[in-house]
Design a protein around this ligand. Structure first.
Ligand code: PMP
Ligand code: GLU
Length: 405
């Protein structure tokens, strides 16, 4: 073939149209600036700063020594799926069969599997905002349409059932949300879940994907799942995983619990794409789920005290409106009071994207713009870091914002 006949190499339309994950992008920008020698405080990435508990690491080492180095069943080792079934029975009195559980390479893959398994182009997914950034990215990636329902700090970032209902059409396949919520830290209480379920009972074609990855990082002392409410189990898929509550982000272990026909579809997809999650990691996860949760409780105590600290420090900044998160390890202040202002260095802050970049360049604190989460008035700060860094970051933010006039 002549050179002139070769077309310019291009990546697929899918990739060209896809947005990069905003959380990972900010984290990688922070890493690059650090590598250049700048003293950056990274509050962008949502990842516990604790190490994986000792007994879970030991279980993985034992599994390796015992020869758990081969492929597992695509939907996960029976031992781990049983531990998940037991956990769901223990915590919510919900009875699942082993065939209703699918273990994946992180809860992110669980989200992807479900979207791939359930959505055709033109289908709609209700995303109460603010939503986790990858929901929007993945729904679009499979050709479906996100229907975003806005909320604000005035409603503690919770959408009313009426507002959600107004977004439902005959093309709606499911509603997808996280509680505790990334990025707002809001937690749906039993009454709010009951109201959501009551509305959904009027729309039997709408499924629920309930992302409960922050289940344990909950300062209200109680986590509720909509799956446990009357009539909801057969139309709900719970997503959960090891990353947050067990400080196991790098292990890449998530799972779903939901109707068998959906589990089968996810397993079929995963059978072509990954063949399943890492064998010895699954053995360790089974131990983690069944063992005493002391280390998790210790982490939650630390997150709660850091939450109180960051609220107190941010509340001192004049034009910030600060929410009071009940879970996860994010805070989502409304920064719109600063929009339209310019710094002494000539930085004009029009919106949350500008604010996030301004704080990175002037305060050397990395955050994530709320635009990526469907709320253009806010920025997300992860406080999964030390008290000293939280204090330093808050002071830098206060100083940088004081230059905006
Ligand atoms: N859901 C939410 C709400 C998250 O914040 C995250 C980020 N960790 C995930 C899912 C994905 O978790 P994993 O690391 O298990 O893929
Ligand atoms: N979920 C975390 C976050 O929101 C980790 C990064 C990611 O997976 O997007 O920051």
């Amino acid at each position: 073939m002549k050179e002139s006949q070769l077309s310019t190499p291009t990546v697929s339309k899918l990739v060209r149209d896809m947005e990069e994950s905003a959380t990972l992008k900010m984290a990688s920008m922070a890493r690059e600036l650090k590598a250049q020698g700048l003293d950056i405080i990274d509050l962008s990435l949502g990842e516990p700063d604790f190490d994986t508990p000792h007994h879970i690491k030991e279980a993985a080492k034992i599994a390796l020594d015992e020869g758990y180095t081969k492929y597992t069943p695509v939907n996960g080792l029976v031992e781990l799926r049983q531990a998940i079934v037991d956990k769901l029975a223990r915590e919510y009195n919900l009875q699942y069969s082993l065939n209703e559980i699918v273990v994946s390479n992180g809860a992110k893959q669980s989200v992807y599997n479900l979207c791939r398994a359930l959505l055709d182009p033109g289908d709609e997914v209700i995303l109460p905002a603010p939503y986790w950034v990858s929901y929007d990215g993945i729904v679009k990636m499979v050709g479906a349409t996100p229907v975003v329902i806005p909320s604000s700090i005035d409603d503690d970032f919770k959408c009313s059932p009426e507002a959600i209902e107004a977004g439902i059409t005959e093309r709606t396949k499911f509603i997808l949300y996280s509680s505790p919520c990334n990025p707002s830290g809001s937690v749906l209480n039993l009454e709010e879940l009951e109201a959501l379920a009551a509305m959904l009972r009027r729309h039997p074609h709408v499924y629920v994907i309930s992302d409960e990855i922050y289940q344990h990082i909950n300062f209200t002392n109680h986590h509720y799942t909509i799956a446990a409410l009357e009539g909801m189990k057969d139309r709900t898929v719970i997503i959960n995983g090891m990353a947050k509550g067990y400080a196991m982000t790098g292990w890449r272990l998530g799972y779903t619990a939901g109707p068998e026909w959906i589990a089968k579809a996810c397993t079929k997809i995963q059978g072509q794409v990954t063949s399943g999650a890492t064998s010895f990691g699954q053995k360790a996860a089974a131990v983690g789920l069944a063992a005493d949760h002391g280390p998790t409780h210790d982490m939650v105590k630390a997150f709660k005290s850091r939450r109180d600290l960051i609220i107190r420090l941010l509340e001192e900044i004049p034009l910030l409106r600060v929410n009071r998160p009940q879970g996860a390890f994010y805070i989502f202040p409304d920064v719109s009071g600063y929009f339209g202002k310019t710094s002494a260095t000539g930085y004009h802050v029009k919106d949350a994207d500008d604010m996030s970049l301004f704080l990175l360049s002037e305060a050397h604190v990395s955050t994530v713009s709320g635009v990526a989460f469907g709320n253009p008035d806010c920025i997300r700060l992860s406080y999964a870091t030390s008290d000293a860094k939280i204090k330093d970051a808050a002071q830098r933010i206060a100083e940088a914002l004081s230059t905006l006039a």
